[in-house]
Design a protein around this ligand. Structure first.
Ligand SMILES: C[C@@](CO)(OP(=O)(O)O)[C@H](O)COP(=O)(O)OP(=O)(O)OC[C@H]1O[C@@H](n2ccc(N)nc2=O)[C@H](O)[C@@H]1O
Ligand SMILES: Nc1ncnc2c1ncn2[C@@H]1O[C@H](COP(=O)(O)OP(=O)(O)O)[C@@H](O)[C@H]1O
Length: 300
């Protein structure tokens, strides 16, 4: 038997970051949206265990660790331990989500592996257990299971869907050089030593989502990590200016960067903005949100 599971990239519409907790993680108020850029994992029965990879033409596959160090290996070990099973299967990752791009591609793969291996092994894990395992794998992994548009609290792992009545058009500009999430958080701590214990709720942004109003959403987009990301990568500030000059309502860095996301008023506006940005940037994607979390798309 084989199963293909599709898992979406995320963007952060809001990322509020508090002062580091005792465990080193930062308390977050994050509004995630799953967008239509996907990694597909195909998982097949096998006696042993293997993970291999193909990547989109513009990506460098050497940036993704294999040989036991992939987050998919960790997902498999965790699920197998939960049920007392052996780790078996042949996994192929077809990657379209930028690596180390602030779009949670590794988290998407971990979520897809949990969903796929649970079916392959006939483990019948409950949704609550899958979410708990996901949280052990990374702060962004539970959202990759849930998808849609959701509020993330705690260190980002406590996820609750929020009302969203829009179809949002996004232009995404990834970068071939990724950024390290821990490094960006460390730089945030240096820049903002007086961050609050609990970051506030983004009320205006939640209202804009509920109303389905792109102008209100554009005005409310916010990322506390953006100053740190721009300090480390000054070229991103120029990219944001270029996207806004090309017709986007607003551009922001997503997560810890370096991918910049541009909210546009309509499909036509997104295509026009993308066409202009393509004159100076190799990879410019047009997509929509919100889309579903990790879900099976084919059985063999
Ligand atoms: C910044 C965000 C925003 O959504 O996304 P990315 O830019 O990575 O996509 C996330 O907080 C990334 O979540 P994720 O990549 O799952 O992080 P984890 O694996 O749990 O943690 C990796 C490292 O990031 C830092 N970290 C992560 C989450 C958090 N709330 N506080 C932190 O300080 C810690 O240094 C931790 O060791
Ligand atoms: N399946 C995977 N896909 C991508 N990166 C992975 C994977 N497994 C482990 N990694 C490691 O995780 C790091 C963060 O990757 P990723 O999730 O793509 O970025 P981000 O945390 O910025 O959203 C990568 O630099 C890579 O070393």
């Amino acid at each position: 038997m084989s199963i293909t599971v599709r898992a979406p990239a995320k963007i952060n519409l809001h990322l509020g970051v508090g002062a580091p907790r005792e465990d080193g993680f930062h308390p977050l108020t994050s509004v995630y949206q799953a967008v239509g850029v996907y990694d597909d994992l195909t998982l097949a029965d096998a006696d042993g265990w293997s993970v291999d990879l193909t990547v989109a033409g513009w990506m460098d596959r050497d940036h993704v660790p294999l040989a036991g160090d992939n987050i998919v290996d960790r997902a498999a070990a965790l699920l197998a331990a939960r049920h007392g099973l052996a780790v078996t299967g042949e996994v192929h990752i077809a990657k379209e989500i930028p690596v180390a791009g602030g779009m949670a591609g590794g988290s998407a793969d971990a979520a897809a592996a949990l969903v796929g291996l649970d079916r392959l092994w006939g483990a019948n894990t409950s949704d609550d257990d899958l979410l708990a395992l996901a949280a052990q794998l990374g702060s962004d992994v539970p959202f990759a299971l849930v998808g849609g548009t959701a509020l993330g609290t705690g260190r980002g792992e406590i996820v609750e869907p929020v009302p969203d009545h829009g179809t949002w058009w996004w232009v995404l500009v990834p970068s071939t050089n990724g950024m390290s999430t821990p490094e960006v958080y460390r730089h945030y701590d240096r820049l903002f030593p007086d961050a609050p214990a609990v970051p506030p709720m983004p009320e205006a942004l939640l209202a804009a989502l509920d109303a389905g109003d792109p102008h209100a959403l554009a005005a409310a987009l916010h990322n506390d990590l953006q100053p740190a990301a721009l300090d480390l990568r000054p070229d991103l500030a120029r990219l944001i200016d270029a996207g806004e000059a090309a017709g986007a309502l607003r551009g922001v860095v997503t997560g810890s960067g370096p991918t910049c996301v541009f909210l546009c008023e309509s499909a036509d506006a997104a295509r026009a903005t993308a066409a202009e940005l393509r004159a100076s940037h190799d990879v410019v994607l047009v997509t929509t949100g919100a889309v579903a979390g990790a879900h099976p798309v084919a059985y063999g």
